[in-house]
Design a protein around this ligand. Structure first.
Ligand code: SF4
Length: 295
């Protein structure tokens, strides 16, 4: 039976993977490369981050294109999107926007929600901290989800468009969603190390959870960081805890590398010696454990 425990050598091998990784190549491909130029201050960093995380569905080229199109509609300044003076014009400009199943009227509602929230709060970090003080990281995400859904604010915000609430799932709901997009948003806000933005200063990096997309999940499973067969919130907690044992201060440090190892094609997700040969974590990968490779 295949073991789902990480090998004792995994920390060193992950470090090698990190050290050899072509960050510049993958940075250009990642949504964060479209978000960074828009994040000219903390408020704009949050707005660009929420926009990027909300649109983070599908391939990275399409995501970057969608972020760019919304930024262009705002004249290159995402602060414009949450300025109440421009609410009517924003709605008109976003009307024809589409990215996968996300529609312009849903994005317009998101910016209405943010405009309403920023009228009384400095940062979404306040909402996250309010939730996490009682319910840990999942509680923080739950509170964030509630704020972004506009829960309890319908008198100010009006009725949300169809499908809007589903854009912001909570890990505390019965579906057990991995909440990849909100977890990614919090990573961008909290980590100050490359390539993240680090505008939030009160959430410790050691508390972060890994944004478990399909690439990260595949490799995490095959490195024995989780034995769960579905990409759920429980799997997020398990993978994050395993990474925290490797780096208690910055457990999601390897997330970017694991994700882009999959996106870039560096990992074929099958035994292919030509590609797997130089992979730093091959001795830890369930596809290769116990197999001798001819020199
Ligand atoms: S050994 Fe191959 S399949 Fe396993 S993680 Fe590395 S590249 Fe992917």
């Amino acid at each position: 039976m295949r073991s789902h425990r990480p090998t004792p050598e995994l920390p060193q091998h992950l470090e090698q993977l990190y050290g050899r990784f072509a960050f510049d190549r993958s940075f250009a491909d990642d949504p964060i490369s479209s978000i960074r130029p828009l994040a000219t201050d903390a408020r704009r960093g949050e707005v660009a981050g929420i926009l990027g995380a909300t649109l983070a569905i599908g391939n990275t080229t399409a995501i970057r294109g969608a972020i760019g199109r919304v930024a262009a509609l705002a004249g290159g300044d995402v602060g414009w999107l949450v300025d109440p003076v421009h609410a009517t014009e924003r709605r008109a400009r976003l009307l024809a926007f589409r990215h996968r199943w996300i529609r312009g009227d849903q994005l317009d509602h998101l910016f209405r929600v943010l405009t309403d929230y920023y009228a009384g709060h400095r940062s979404l970090e306040e909402a996250f901290l309010e939730g996490s003080s009682a319910g840990g990281f999942a509680g923080g995400l739950d509170r964030l989800s509630s704020v972004l859904r506009g829960t309890g604010r319908s008198r100010n915000l009006g009725r949300a468009p169809a499908g809007y609430r589903a854009l912001f799932p909570s890990p505390l709901e019965r579906s057990g969603s991995p909440c990849k997009r909100l977890t990614l948003f919090v990573r961008w806000m909290v980590r100050g190390r490359y390539p993240d933005l680090g505008y939030w200063t009160k959430v410790p990096t050691g508390e972060l959870r890994v944004p478990l997309d399909q690439h990260v999940y595949w490799i995490a499973y095959h490195l024995g960081l989780t034995a769960r067969r579905t990409r759920s919130w429980d799997a997020v907690e398990e993978v994050s805890e395993a990474l925290r044992r490797i780096d208690p201060i910055d457990p999601v440090r390897y997330d970017f590398v694991l994700c882009h190892t999959g996106i870039s094609g560096d990992c074929p997700k099958e035994r292919d010696l030509a590609i797997c040969g130089p992979c730093s974590v091959r001795p830890d990968c369930l596809l290769w454990r116990g197999r001798k490779v001819a020199a």
